[in-house]
Design a protein around this ligand. Structure first.
Ligand code: NCD
Length: 338
């Protein structure tokens, strides 16, 4: 895959070679993400970070990743404060913004909108989530995390057993992750969801025709035994036709220390794209697991910086020059990593 100048819209555009390249560059970013060194390799470059849906970690980590490469960030965080609220088309917004910036990150509530925007953009566009469709950078950071966690257990991704729990219908992070994992060999997907919130049939078909095993469960316990990775997700309430309908699924599956200890293998890694819903009636991932060494959720968020730095470096053609523009930090590094 040619990265320089490319959009990143869907995990469909990656093969295993491209993933290896992204992860090799991500590994190189560790000293910068840890603030041991700084690099100015993207000095003068401007990122437009456009988020038309709520976000904390994706928006801020894309912005920080760009800053950590020496670039500058301009942000729009609400549709109502952009000209889209005045009826401007996505295409016109793209034509304008691509005159102001060198790369654009966009999140939007409609499936396909980021691709539509990208078609009119003169600079690379990275999809930070388009409605219930895809979230490619999340899937890459999840896969990067899975690979790292398994490596510390002397395992690779081939032969992976993963349980995906929750709202698999609307969860775009799940959609992208499932498709990305399908590039590996002999994956066993255990899908745990109420029948109405199952993984879209087109994705299930895609996984099966790539030779993987897909099993479906409507109960938590039988779905989470014998897996390497337990990937828990939130009910995507904002995508339901009504709040009343979303409320029917609130708190349906809850993973806590007792259930984990009783039903999971001792090495099972717990992941979640976050945010987890910590309201009393929801709590799909209980806080009583917070000290558990297998809880990888904040290792995921830390890894997100590495992967997003790698995407920018590759798309902007500086992946091999990051260290040339680097020096040690002059201030005390106060940061601790998960
Ligand atoms: C996810 C998303 O926005 O799709 N969040 C994220 O970017 N880490 C998952 C979610 O919102 O539940």
């Amino acid at each position: 895959m040619e990265f320089v100048g490319s959009h990143v819209l869907s995990v469909d555009q990656f093969d295993r070679g491209a993933i290896q390249r992204i992860f090799a560059v991500a590994d190189e970013m560790a000293p910068y993400a840890r603030r041991e060194r700084i690099t100015r390799v993207l000095e003068g470059a401007i990122l437009s970070n456009m988020f038309f849906e709520p976000s904390t970690r994706t928006r801020i980590s894309f912005g920080c990743a760009f800053n950590m490469l020496g670039g500058e960030v301009r942000e729009t965080t609400e549709l109502k404060s952009s000209a889209l609220a005045k009826g401007e088309s996505l295409q016109d917004t793209a034509r304008v913004l691509s005159g102001y910036s060198d790369v654009i990150v966009m999140r939007h509530y409609e499936a396909g909108s980021v691709a539509e925007f990208a078609r009119a953009s003169r600079v690379p566009v990275l999809n930070a989530g388009d409605g219930p469709n895809e979230h490619p950078s999340q899937a890459l950071l999840d896969l990067y995390t899975i690979r790292k966690e398994l490596k510390s257990r002397d395992r690779g991704v081939d032969g992976l057993r993963i349980a995906l729990v929750g709202d698999l219908k609307y969860g775009r992070a799940v959609h992208s992750l499932c498709k990305l994992l399908a590039l590996y060999d002999n994956v066993h997907y255990k899908l745990v969801a109420p029948p109405e919130l199952g993984l879209p049939g087109s994705i299930v078909d895609e996984l099966r025709s790539a030779g993987h095993v897909v099993s479906e469960y409507s109960q938590l316990q039988p779905g989470i035994d014998h897996v390497d990775i337990l990937y828990v997700t939130r009910t995507q309430e904002e995508r339901f036709p009504s709040q009343a309908e979303a409320d029917r699924y609130r708190g349906l599956f809850r993973l806590n220390q007792a259930i984990y200890t009783q039903h999971c293998e001792p090495n099972t890694v717990i992941m979640h794209p976050l945010p987890r819903d910590s309201r009393a009636q929801a709590q799909e991932l209980d806080d009583d697991l917070i000290e558990h060494p297998n809880l990888a959720i904040f290792r995921q968020t830390d890894n997100g910086i590495l992967v997003r730095m790698a995407l920018f470096a590759l798309v902007m053609g500086v992946a091999d020059r990051v260290h040339e523009y680097a020096r040690p930090v002059t201030w005390a590094t106060t940061r601790r990593f998960a």
